[in-house]
Design a protein around this ligand. Structure first.
Ligand SMILES: Nc1ncnc2c1ncn2[C@@H]1O[C@H](COP(=O)(O)OP(=O)(O)OP(=O)(O)O)[C@@H](O)[C@H]1O
Ligand SMILES: [Mg+2]
Length: 631
């Protein structure tokens, strides 16, 4: 299907979702689907639940956040269970401003955006549909039309509790346009959209001298005063502040704690009483979730100020710490790189993992239990097995510092360092060592790092580097064994021929010249030594192998490379030891001979085909491992 066709289909689908009718029609809808009248908080909670919840060892993982936020399952579970869920049930927390507190670049804005975009989509579904009084700039809840003295009876009949009073504007419209007949008032389905300023608002403070409260609560429309005769006619007012527009949905309050007080007072009554004051009108009811975000130091100085007590008591603070799992941190970087213009640069395997190790180390706190290093803690948090530690230990470690993850290196720093290195050096390929180096160089001009911290971080760089050395060696060994499956078999056959001749006291035939020769003792020992078989034990070992071969033969099975675990290990080690020599030689000044070059090329090919390297990064890896082996 071409794109224009898709556009048309989409338009038609959207068209089908539209609904318009009288209040009487709307009440019929509510009879069947009372949830349509849910509060803003309840809608947000249902939206989160709607995407699915996975229960995993008495934890709840909300899939809603899963595509964008990684490694924050625990704080997010807490956010849902302690704020959204009780707020949806109309408990008191709903009357408080949700204040997300966390370190820089820890995902607070991402979380808020996720909620906003989620709501926009959710209002297009059946479960999340929202209806408002038609033509009302605040898309007021149609149920506000039900007179207060009849609401108890309404609740009895519909099972729906109505909160809030009809706004001055709609009160007037009811009289002038509908002659007071509420059942005739037109209702329409609305769809949240931040761009169209429906149901989603964002307030960000600017200069308090020039910024007007109108940004929050709307203002008089002077051009219409003449028409309506008075400033206190609600029709001469523009209900277009962020609080108005966000009615029924959510409002993001950016930099709230930096904001001038006069803006905050409006929030006091809005959150507590569910209404706010605009112009010269009676209070206006609003139903919306207010989310703000801040960092820890800003928050501390806010609560230290006595003047803020009233506001403080109307907030619920939810921590959004940094992720503490290496594997999840790697995913964060991958996501950020995919969103950037670096996505065509080759990033060698393990480069991001090693960066993530460094970052997580800066975020962890040293345990008071003597037996655990930061590195072990890092592996445990990432769900890896560490000898001597169990799941219970992990749980206890996590409890030790409730504020762990509120400081350390942020993901944006890492991505900025990687991208500036790539750009400065015009690289098309970057590896773990390049990344570590650029992280290290950047520490010098990192604005918020003290001298002691810098020392500590440099140490973490070398810890991460050591982890990389191990990984790099293993990787080359793995690639080598993979490329040399054939050689392993040949070496094995060769060894077995010699062992047979040795045990039977016969000679072996050179396959090329047919010449008779003594068994090759040097070859056999070079293999056996790999697994620590001593000179005295060699005869028993060789005989054991012959017995195994004949046992296989009796059963009609072929003895091969996989048939004897220790022998296989010995062969692999021998091959790798040979490779070490080749790697050492090729990376030292001497020029490698043709055979050595061929070997190296085969390993490079395996690294590229099987392990995600490109030729550049594979050669860099080999050279690096060579230098490690030469030490
Ligand atoms: N846990 C995480 N999972 C996924 N992405 C994350 C996570 N933490 C941070 N990020 C990514 O890091 C970048 C910065 O995050 P974001 O802007 O949401 O942070 P913030 O807490 O609002 O920061 P600031 O305090 O600077 O406003 C974003 O690209 C975001 O996607
Ligand atoms: Mg932010």
């Amino acid at each position: 299907m071409d794109i224009l066709q898709k556009v048309q289909n989409y338009r038609e689908e959207q068209e089908k979702l539209k609904w318009e009718g009288t209040l009487a029609d709307y009440l019929k809808l509510l009879k069947e689907r009372p949830y349509l009248a849910q509060s803003a908080h309840s809608r947000v909670y249902n939206m989160i639940k709607h995407k699915g919840v996975v229960e995993e060892d008495d934890r709840k993982i909300y899939k809603f956040f899963g595509d964008e936020l990684f490694g924050l399952e625990e704080p997010l579970e807490r956010l849902v269970e302690e704020y959204f869920h009780p707020a949806a049930k109309r408990l008191d927390v709903r009357k408080r401003i949700l204040l997300l507190m966390g370190p820089v670049s820890g995902g607070k804005s991402t979380l808020v955006t996720l909620l906003k975009r989620g709501l926009e989509k959710f209002t297009h579904t059946d479960e999340g549909a929202v209806y408002g009084i038609k033509g009302c700039p605040m898309h007021e809840d149609p149920l506000h039309l039900i007179p207060p003295n009849l609401r108890d009876e309404f609740e009895e009949e519909y099972g729906i509790k109505i909160e809030g009073n009809l706004s001055p504007l709609n009160m007037m419209r009811l009289e002038k346009e509908y002659n007071g007949k509420i059942e005739d008032v037109m209702v329409e389905r609305i769809f949240f959209s931040e761009d169209k300023r429906t149901g989603i608002g964002t307030f960000s403070p600017s200069d308090p001298k020039s910024q007007d409260i109108a940004d929050l609560t709307g203002s008089i429309d002077f051009s219409t005063i003449a028409e309506y005769g008075s400033e206190s006619d609600p029709r001469a007012y523009r209900f277009d502040g962020e609080l108005n527009k966000a009615n029924r949905g959510m409002m993001e309050f950016q930099e709230m704690l930096k904001c001038d007080e006069k803006f905050l007072w409006h929030l006091l009554s809005l959150t507590q009483e569910g209404n706010f004051k605009a112009g010269r009108f009676a209070l206006i009811s609003a139903d919306e979730l207010i989310v703000a975000h801040t960092n820890e130091s800003e928050y501390r100085s806010f609560i230290a100020n006595k003047k803020n007590e009233a506001l403080h008591s109307r907030m619920i603070v939810m921590p959004v710490p940094y992720n503490l799992k290496v594997s999840q941190e790697e995913r964060i970087y991958e996501k950020m790189i995919n969103e950037s213009d670096m996505k065509d640069v080759h990033i060698a395997p393990h480069a991001l993992k090693i960066a993530a190790m460094f970052t997580i180390l800066t975020r962890l706190k040293e345990s008071n239990r003597g037996n655990i290093t930061l590195l072990k803690k890092m592996y445990l948090y990432d769900g890896q097995d560490v000898e001597g530690f169990s799941d219970t230990d992990v749980r206890e470690l996590k409890k030790e510092f409730p504020d762990e993850g509120m400081s350390g290196i942020d993901p944006r720093y890492v991505i900025n360092r990687i991208s500036s290195t790539i750009i400065k050096k015009e690289m098309t390929s970057i590896n773990a060592l390049d990344v570590l180096r650029s992280l290290k160089d950047g520490l010098d001009d990192h604005p918020s790092i003290s001298k002691e911290q810098r020392e500590e971080y440099l140490n973490f760089i070398s810890v991460a580097r050591k982890e990389y050395d191990e990984l790099a060696k293993k990787e080359v060994q793995k690639a080598f064994v993979y490329s040399y499956e054939e050689s392993a078999k040949t070496l094995m056959d060769n060894y077995l021929d010699n062992v047979e001749a040795f045990c039977n006291k016969t000679k072996i035939h050179d396959p090329l010249t047919g010449e008779e020769m003594q068994p090759d003792e040097k070859l056999m020992r070079s293999i056996e030594e790999q697994i620590g078989i001593s000179e005295n034990a060699k005869k028993a070992f060789r005989e054991e192998i012959l017995i195994r071969i004949s046992a296989y033969a009796r059963k009609g099975k072929r003895f091969d490379y996989q048939s004897h675990e220790r022998l296989r290990e010995a062969i692999q080690k021998k091959l790798f030891a040979d490779l070490k020599d080749v790697v050492k030689i090729t990376t030292s000044t001497k020029t490698p001979d043709e055979q050595q070059l061929k070997k190296i090329n085969e390993v490079v090919a395996t690294l590229v085909d099987e392990y995600g390297y490109n030729t550049t990064s594979a050669n860099e890896l080999l050279r690096y491992v060579g230098s490690l082996l030469n030490r």
